[in-house]
Write a protein that binds this ligand. Sequence first.
Ligand SMILES: [Zn+2]
Length: 329
Amino acid sequence: MTAESHWPVIGHEWAITQLDRAIQHGRVRHAYLFTGPDHIGKTTLARAFVMALNCTGPNPPCGQCRSCTLTARNAHPDITLVEAETVGGTLKIEQVRGLQQTLALRPYEARYRVAILRRFHEAQQAAANALLKTLEEPASNVILILTANNPDALLPTIISRCQPFHLRPLPIQTVQNALAEGWNAPSDVAKTLAQISGGRIGWAIRTIQDPAELDQRKAALELLEQALKGNRRARFALAEDMPAEKTALLTILDLWQGYWRDVLLVAADSRSPITNADHAGAIVQLANRFGTDAAQDALNATRRTLQYLRSNVNIRLALEVLMLDYPGL
Ligand SMILES: [Zn+2]
């Protein structure tokens, strides 16, 4: 049991240790950048860090004091969350300007005024440039925490002014234990979900609370398997039937990305366990049929399409191109 393990965060112990030490030694920086895949707990870690920074109880974050409870409920007057309106949307310059006005005020009651800028890879160029000014001239009682799934999508000048923490998916066993102990999941359910989550604790928790997530995953993977059996025309028809809504599409493509990673692992004879273990049969077949190069190409094409979708291209066209890029035609 480490001193930091009472932070309300699952996993990421090394980051908690460093952040806790910075607070203990009065070496808190003005800006932090938490990067890593979606749903691994970047915002949860950010919120816990803010709780620890402003906690007035013993052994911060105590989770009991006014500051901790308000922060946990996203209701603290000194803490501002800034994010694009929807996942896959755009964080706009007006939002950064609004934040800057807020940050110019002294904290109402907390030690620090804090802004959490979530999914900052979705920030417009102009928004990122506007934020630079705040990063360059930090006020003494202001702390910025940025989260992003991919540091490559950020301006190097932004990255260089933040202390980076690159977070990774959690060990599968950690997710499994959390589901069994924290959410009372039966052990077989906890095991399967943890495996499918690929260590993305946020996804696992959401899924245990809302089983519809699992149905959506099933539909997305079956769609892919069906597309790979089809000719050009069948694939276009499937692309045509896919949801037009961006958030839903991002979820589907993200699942496809994980699926191709599995095909690649099997094709390359890797010993790493595959994520979509419940689709192992189909994955082995595809690995044998297509081999390593085609699986790698398909994985790259899926990644590329995910980036296109995030940057507002013609969605329909991007999906059709992806369908043609996939092997087996
Ligand atoms: Zn507290």
